[in-house]
Design a binder for this molecule. Structure first.
Ligand code: PDD
Length: 290
């Protein structure tokens, strides 16, 4: 066994109605999540014990489940109870709760068996906030072809495309892999990408080719509040390299400035004013999440 398996935390997780230490939680080898990646997941940030944008995350979980034709096994209140209970021992420190629902356990057959009992799992992890010095300097990213499948809008546990994409930036010593479908920007391996030009912020359309992050709605609202024009449209590669500012967003990155792409500076190579405004407004919204 790899040494990491002995070092798994004993924090409580939720599995099929029971709370057990994470290191003891087990699922069947015939779980379709294990065999096929036949499941969906969510990641919700929790600040000071309170889940952030919880209803929006749970609505997306519902949409992902519907795409897989799996009935949502729990109510919104049940999901919320699990979240609060898992996050309670972490106190005020920022955390993330990860939720996974798979189709359940069955003999291996690609066809979807009827009447399976979904496997429901949730765990909590400390959030690793981006260090202040990294935020202040901005991050480097690299580009790659988006070789993932055509249903990127489903938050599916089959994440091999994302894993391979992320490793490209790991190997390059960069923070994220910004991906293009042909000439057009899609997103990064586990974040959305935003282009700022002449004071306007643009993102990829919310179609089947990207995972529309919960920060789509939030950033649109924050742009609206600060008079920053916002739109969703197909964005060409040269617009990305020619941006005044380039931003990443995700549950854990919140909003993060990209200052070099494939080694080329973006804008003046420093985090810009739209980033600073959005980051400050994001912190305000977090503060008011009570
Ligand atoms: N990733 N695009 C992809 C492909 C993602 O995996 C994620 C999130 C996002 C941003 O979505 P949101 O704003 O809802 O976090 C965009 C999560 C955090 C993960 O897989 O861990």
């Amino acid at each position: 066994m790899h040494p990491i398996a002995n070092a798994l935390p004993d924090t409580l997780c939720y599995l099929d109605g029971e709370y057990t230490p994470l290191r003891d939680a087990k699922v069947s080898v015939l779980d379709r999540g294990f065999i096929f990646g036949d499941g969906v997941y969510e990641v919700v940030p929790v600040y000071e014990g309170r889940p952030f944008c919880f209803d929006e995350h749970m609505a997306r979980l519902g949409r992902s489940l519907a795409e897989l034709q799996i009935d949502n096994p729990l109510t919104l209140d049940q999901w919320r109870d699990i979240t609060v209970r898992l996050a309670a021992p972490g106190g005020a420190s920022p955390q993330t709760v990860y939720y996974q629902v798979t189709r359940g356990v069955a003999l291996r057959d690609h066809a979807m068996p009827k009447g399976l009992v979904p496997t429901v799992f949730a765990m909590v992890n400390p959030m690793k906030p981006v260090p202040d010095a990294v935020r202040a300097a901005g991050v480097s990213c690299v580009t790659a072809a988006d070789f993932r499948w055509q249903k990127a809008h489903i938050k599916a546990t089959s994440l091999l495309g994302a894993v391979l994409a992320r490793q490209i930036s790991v190997d390059a010593g960069a923070t994220e892999t910004v991906m293009f479908r042909g000439e057009f920007l899609s997103e990064a391996s586990s974040s959305n990408v935003w282009v700022v030009k002449d004071g306007r912020m643009s993102g990829s359309p919310k179609d089947e080719l990207v995972l529309a992050g919960i920060r789509y709605g939030l950033l649109e609202r924050l742009c609206g509040n600060s008079g920053t024009p916002f739109d969703l449209r197909r964005i060409k590669r040269d617009e990305v390299f020619g941006a005044d500012e380039l931003l990443l967003s995700s549950a854990t990155k919140e909003v993060l400035p990209v200052v070099t792409l494939d080694g080329q500076p973006i804008g003046n190579g420093r985090p810009g004013p739209i980033y600073r405004k959005l980051y400050a407004a994001y912190q305000d919204v977090k503060q008011r999440n009570r």
